[in-house]
Design a protein around this ligand. Structure first.
Ligand code: TYD
Length: 215
């Protein structure tokens, strides 16, 4: 029989603290002697790394539908090449953004049809969904401030800034989109990300320990 791992995705507006939480969870699962596969979208696969550079290049004018298909191409490759094999090997897959980012950004943010996007996501993933989606929720103003500080600290250029440069209203729509999605799917766990990183980690850790058994 196939071994089945655990698939956890992380979602939220810019600067919500996904990276910090993921780092802490890597430590948590390592202590529990679990095999982890850490990945992200866009850019999880080899092809995806090239697509990521194209997608996030803020100087390139990319039309919304073209942008959508780049994210979907990245996802299709990522699922087949990386996520499915890792799950089959019994690993815990920690994925920074997945299907819900497309619904939130391209759907609620850019105004594309949600039902069509759900269909296209299904096509790209062959129906694979996370077992758990951790949504870090906070007001976008706060997230953007944090993202700006991070970009300056890491000396990032506009290459990483396509979405961070969008108007606040855009990020507001995305936040609300994520919260709408969270109400529709049982796999979501919403965390108030205004709290500090330790508090967020503690809440998530408790939820995971309650929901899943590790031998
Ligand atoms: P990234 O630098 O990974 O952002 P973050 O650190 O906030 O995760 O850039 C990914 C950007 O792409 C982010 O702004 C969200 C956006 N995105 C979409 O618009 N649609 C998608 O399907 C995915 C996966 C990401």
């Amino acid at each position: 029989m196939d071994k089945k791992g655990l698939f956890i995705s992380f979602e939220g507006v810019e600067g919500a603290g996904k990276t910090t939480l993921i780092k802490k969870l890597v430590g948590f699962f390592t202590d529990k002697k679990q095999d982890i596969f850490l990945t992200r979208e866009p850019g999880g696969s080899e092809l995806g790394k090239k697509l990521r550079a194209i997608i996030l290049n803020a100087e390139e004018k990319i039309y919304p539908s073209a942008e959508l298909f780049l994210f979907l191409a990245d996802r299709a490759q990522h699922v087949e090449e990386c996520i499915k094999p890792a799950l089959k090997a019994g690993k815990i897959v920690l994925c920074d953004r997945f299907i819900d980012s497309t619904l939130a950004y391209q759907g609620y943010g850019r105004g594309m049809d949600i039902e069509q996007l759900i269909m296209l996501n299904t096509l790209a993933t062959n129906g694979l969904e996370p077992d758990l989606t951790l949504l870090l929720d906070l007001p976008p103003q706060m997230g953007l401030e944090r993202a700006k500080t991070r970009n300056i600290a890491q000396n990032l250029t506009i290459d990483e800034g396509r979405f961070e440069a969008e108007a606040l209203q855009f990020h507001q729509k995305i936040r609300e989109g994520f919260l709408t999605l969270a109400k529709q799917k049982k796999r979501f766990f919403v965390i108030n990300a205004e709290q500090n990183a330790e508090e967020v980690f503690y809440i998530v850790k408790q939820h995971i320990e309650k929901s899943f058994k590790f031998e």
